[in-house]
Design a protein around this ligand. Structure first.
Ligand SMILES: Cc1ncc(COP(=O)(O)O)c(C=O)c1O
Length: 376
């Protein structure tokens, strides 16, 4: 039996595929240091676990409103100037949020501009919505607003902005976000802003959100997540802030897709919301120290731009590639020879690069980077 052309046209998530390979090698008895991980090593906060258990004990185990618990939506709305509960939708992680957004805003052949490097799922999600991803090069991982404007055509529907960026760790300054806001207004485009890593920015800087610009709120769709900030990746709680009309359309889609998001997990998210800022700032400074340590090691091997956010290094590895070796082949070589998992740049639209996560224990970070150095 033939599967749909739509599903045959997309690639599986390479980061997820790599996780399966690591698990297989571990089953075979290999000791693998995983620097490919897309989640921080911190524990989920105890108060989140406790609130989730309490919700389970209280039988919060049934269907709940498709849009999410109203207490949670009300609290989240406060983060977004001018928004109220009708502007918030709770989703199964921000991954599903982004999938639904492209389904809702894209007609066949509509184009979505995506700065390179990009998180693996954007391109495939746009394709699944029938749209056409339009990758646009960045300058030293920062937005090239002129190149973005040159890429706009009659078919452009949206610009995707991911800051802090996975995989580069680039954090875009407010001045550039304002330029994107103006550009979107000039060409009547949506802006889809993925802010999943906003809790992790370094060197005393503060994350600039598209919501900090004067961007016309009718064209602004922002996704955030509890996953990375609170080490709640398995809870699958993300959310969208958008105009009420778009939230209503997304909610209609979600009602046929998953219905509500796991009810008791949303109580865990409510508890995360009431944690004070100390937890996040302590995690942020620990990650900054690891970034510095990792950058020091990696800079002796490759060219690497210092990431200002997220928890990845994304070095240019051209100088160590043998003959016509790809970074995919290099990642495989490092996994098999050194027992260290990293992700090849091809997955993020940028060959000759590797993504190295520093959100692991200091011991694993040091050992993993030493093993890479030895193997090279
Ligand atoms: C840039 C980016 N956006 C969104 C997500 C989705 O995260 P979640 O669905 O756990 O919220 C990820 C996960 O790795 C990511 O890296």
């Amino acid at each position: 039996m033939k599967l749909s052309a739509k599903i045959q046209a997309i690639a599986g998530s390479q980061t997820v595929a790599f996780t399966a390979l690591i698990q297989q090698l571990r089953r075979e008895g290999r000791e693998i240091i995983d620097l490919a991980v897309g989640e921080p090593q911190f524990d989920t906060p105890t108060s989140v676990i406790d609130a989730t258990k309490t919700a389970l004990d209280a039988q919060k185990t049934r269907y709940s409103p498709v849009n999410g618990l109203s207490e949670l939506r009300t609290q989240l709305a406060v983060q977004f100037n001018g928004c109220d509960i009708d502007n918030i939708l709770i989703t199964n992680g921000s991954k599903q949020a982004l999938y639904m957004i492209f389904q809702v805003i894209t007609d066949p052949a509509d184009e979505v501009i995506i700065p390179v490097p990009f998180w693996v799922s954007f391109v495939e999600q746009v394709k699944l919505a029938g749209g056409k991803p339009v990758p646009v090069a960045t300058k030293n991982h920062q937005l090239n607003c002129e190149a973005i404007e040159r890429a706009v055509t009659q078919r452009t529907k949206a610009i995707l902005i991911n800051s802090p960026n996975n995989p580069s760790g680039a954090v875009y300054p407010l001045t550039d976000l304002k330029k994107i806001a103006r550009l979107a207004a000039d060409h009547n485009l949506f802006i889809v802003a993925d802010e999943a890593y906003r809790a992790f920015v370094y060197d005393g800087s503060v994350h600039a959100s598209m919501f900090d610009t004067a961007c016309d709120r009718n064209r602004l769709i922002v996704t955030r997540s509890f996953s990375k900030s609170y080490s709640m990746t398995g809870f699958r709680i993300g959310y969208i802030a958008a105009p009420g009309q778009i939230i209503a359309a997304l909610s209609k889609l979600q009602s046929h897709l998953s219905g509500n998001v796991c009810t008791f997990a949303q109580y865990g998210a409510l508890a995360a919301q009431s944690l004070d800022g100390h937890l996040l700032s302590a995690r942020q400074s620990e990650l900054q120290q690891k970034r510095d340590l990792a950058l020091q090691y990696v800079s002796t091997l490759f060219d690497c731009i210092q990431p200002q956010g997220a928890f990845y290094l994304f070095p240019d590895v051209s100088m160590v590639l043998k003959n016509d070796e790809t970074s995919e082949a290099l990642a495989e070589r490092l996994l098999k020879q050194a027992g260290v998992a990293v992700v090849a740049g091809e997955a993020f639209g940028m060959a000759k690069h590797l993504r190295i996560s520093f959100a692991v224990s200091e011991e694993n970070l040091k050992n993993g980077l030493e093993r890479i150095a030895e193997a090279l």
